[in-house]
Design a protein around this ligand. Structure first.
Ligand code: HEM
Length: 577
């Protein structure tokens, strides 16, 4: 049965009368009547179109159509406008309802801004660190253990209470095993690295790779780290001869790139002689120039299966091609030339070929080429900027606190003296006051400012009736907690004594989380700390650092980088000792 239609408007509102075939004749008569009265112009009802399945070919209908065609077009335009208005109104209502999410659940929340939620300034005006600090201060003032905000329209729960943080990260880890980071294993294999992947895949990979970061294996790479550090200090000596005002973040990035390049890829990047080498270039692109806007990244995360189906990638094409090629070439070269080098790539290769780290060792499981490439890539990206940033801020703070710098230097010189003027793996195991300085820097300027977890199944928060539904996100605002005066009195003051054994024993360890916590804690923590200790100890032995006219105080954080890096570098006066 085909229905006909009379299209009319009432004032500005269009509507359509559907006509049953039985009533075609009546509709014809009605249309005819209307048209015969056309011209008096005063009617609120207007016939703007007319059709019936039966009359479509009749002469009479053709006449009507010819006469009314412009009017029908107007009608469709009005319809279109109306549909758009309807969609906008429905969207508006949906967002408004969504913003009642925390109110409906009786959770303290911060009023979101339509339609951006509570992170409008993220990446454009400021880094996530100061935003989370403001949110944290608000909830802290309200005296609540957790509080709700919105990332665009997605509800997000901040956890402030340290006991609850411990429960969620450690005891109830099985409910929150993932970060909810976007990856696309099929079209963008490098994005399927340990930081991003989830569930059993992550667990298996973490079990396979944890043995590569044991103390014994890091010890094997120690001479490589010391070798790069020697080159670094020699290079700084040459730079200082030209000018004693030096941008340290750039130089320290070259140091950590060379360390990770040699330890993870077995490649001499030589960033001191060739500052624009490809590792540096692609490392910077991977961090600084995200291929998508924050909104698209958010949508990709929120609708991951659709984004995966569309083949959307997390990484720039040229970054992926560069790192995949480097890993492929390295593997081919080592396998065909039987090269053995005590580095991470060697361990990854052993896992690829035998599934074991030692001939007589335990079976851990084989790795595919794609898995090796993705892990080498994350060791590089997660390892270089975090460590160089931590070292940069340590020098910045020591330049502003000469007394602390002298104390750190004395501690370093004692260690060198006790080891025949060198550094050994054992001697950097505990560097006393220098470690306190590094810890205080990681408190004040944690390179990773937040921790994120996604609920893998529904979870009821202890002692409450709040349920965090599967797929919802929680956030631990590390930066803000590190600046909470209840945990760290006078938080803006740089005071390495906060990390003396006595002071640490008095504090809840869960208020200080620069490397995260629980089974997903940073796998490179030990390695990152060692490269920072070796670098800083060698620098303090040979150079003195002070502020100069170009030093930006307080340091301004980058807005766009995931890592809490300095926006304009860190300029210091460097003096040879
Ligand atoms: C000062 C240096 C470093 C800092 C501050 C740092 C910080 C962090 C943080 C906060 C996390 C997230 C932990 C969590 O969610 O609980 C993390 C994860 C990770 N980091 Fe680091 N990191 C550093 C150095 C390194 C280095 C040198 C490497 C590799 C060689 C590395 C590799 C990783 C990896 C692979 C993960 C993901 C672990 C997983 O999900 O299982 N990091 N890091």
């Amino acid at each position: 049965m085909k229905l006909g239609a009379l299209c009319l408007t009432w004032g500005p509102f269009p509507y359509t009368l559907l006509i049953h075939p039985q009533h075609y004749e009546a509709a014809h008569a009605f249309a005819k009547l209307y048209l015969s009265r056309e011209g008096n112009g005063k009617r609120r009802n207007q016939l703007v179109g007319y059709s019936s399945a039966k009359s479509r070919s009749s002469v009479y209908h053709n006449q009507l159509r010819r006469k009314d065609e412009p009017a029908v077009r107007v009608m469709w335009l009005v319809y279109l406008v109306w549909i758009v208005v309807f969609i906008l109104l429905a969207g508006f209502r949906w967002v408004r309802r969504r913003f009642d999410f925390w109110k409906d659940r009786g959770v303290e929340y911060i009023e979101p801004e339509f339609p951006f939620g509570n992170f409008k300034t993220l990446g454009k005006v400021e880094h996530i660190a100061p935003i989370t600090q403001r949110h944290y201060d608000y909830f802290k003032q309200k005296g609540v253990p957790y509080g709700g905000v919105f990332m665009l329209t997605s509800p997000l729960l901040y956890i402030l209470d340290t006991k609850l943080i411990k429960t969620l990260l450690v005891k109830d880890f099985n409910y929150f095993p993932n970060r909810g980071v976007y990856f696309n294993e099929k079209d963008d294999p490098l994005s399927a690295h340990m930081f991003a992947i989830e569930g059993t895949k992550w667990k298996t990979l973490r079990n396979k790779l944890s043995p590569t970061f044991t103390s014994g294996r890091i010890k094997m790479t120690f001479p490589l780290v010391v070798g790069v550090c020697q080159q670094f200090c020699d290079h700084l000596g040459e730079v200082v001869q030209q000018s004693n005002e030096v941008e340290m973040h750039d130089l320290l990035s070259r140091y950590t790139i060379d360390v990770i390049g040699t330890c993870a890829f077995g490649i001499d990047c030589n960033s001191f002689r060739e500052p624009d080498n490809e590792f540096r270039k692609y490392g910077k692109i991977a961090f600084d120039k995200l291929p998508h806007s924050p909104l698209v990244v958010y949508l990709m995360k929120a609708f991951r299966s659709y984004a995966n189906a569309l083949g959307m990638k997390q990484l720039h094409e040229d970054v992926s091609s560069f790192f995949s090629k480097v890993v492929k070439d390295t593997i081919e070269y080592r396998e065909s030339n039987k090269v053995v080098r005590n580095d991470f790539m060697d361990l990854l290769l052993k896992l690829k070929n035998t599934g074991k780290l030692e001939e007589a060792g335990e079976e851990i499981g084989k790795l595919s080429f794609e898995e090796i490439a993705a892990q080498a890539f994350i060791f590089f990206t997660a390892g270089y900027d975090t460590s160089s940033t931590a070292m940069t801020y340590t020098l910045y703070e020591l330049a502003r606190n000469q007394e602390a710098q002298e104390k750190a230097r004395k501690c370093v010189l004692d260690i060198f003296a006790a080891n025949n003027g060198t550094l050994t793996y054992e001697s950097v195991g505990n560097m006393g006051y220098l470690d306190q300085c590094i810890n205080e820097t990681l408190r004040k300027h944690p390179p990773v400012a937040i921790l994120e977890r996604n609920a893998d199944r529904d979870y009821q928060l202890p002692d409450s009736d709040i349920v965090i539904k599967k797929g919802r996100k929680i956030m631990i605002p590390t930066f803000a907690m590190h600046h909470d005066a209840d945990h760290f009195p006078d938080p803006d003051r740089y005071d390495p004594d906060r990390f003396s054994a006595e002071q640490m024993a008095k504090r809840d360890p869960y208020c200080y989380l620069p490397f995260g916590e629980g089974p997903r804690i940073c796998i490179g923590m030990r390695f990152g700390t060692i490269q920072a200790r070796v670098g800083l100890a060698s620098l303090l032995k040979r150079f003195r650092f002070g502020v100069c006219d170009k030093t930006q105080i307080p340091v301004k954080y980058s807005k766009t980088n995931f890592i809490l890096g300095p926006a304009n570098g860190v300029w210091l006066r460097v003096e040879k000792l």
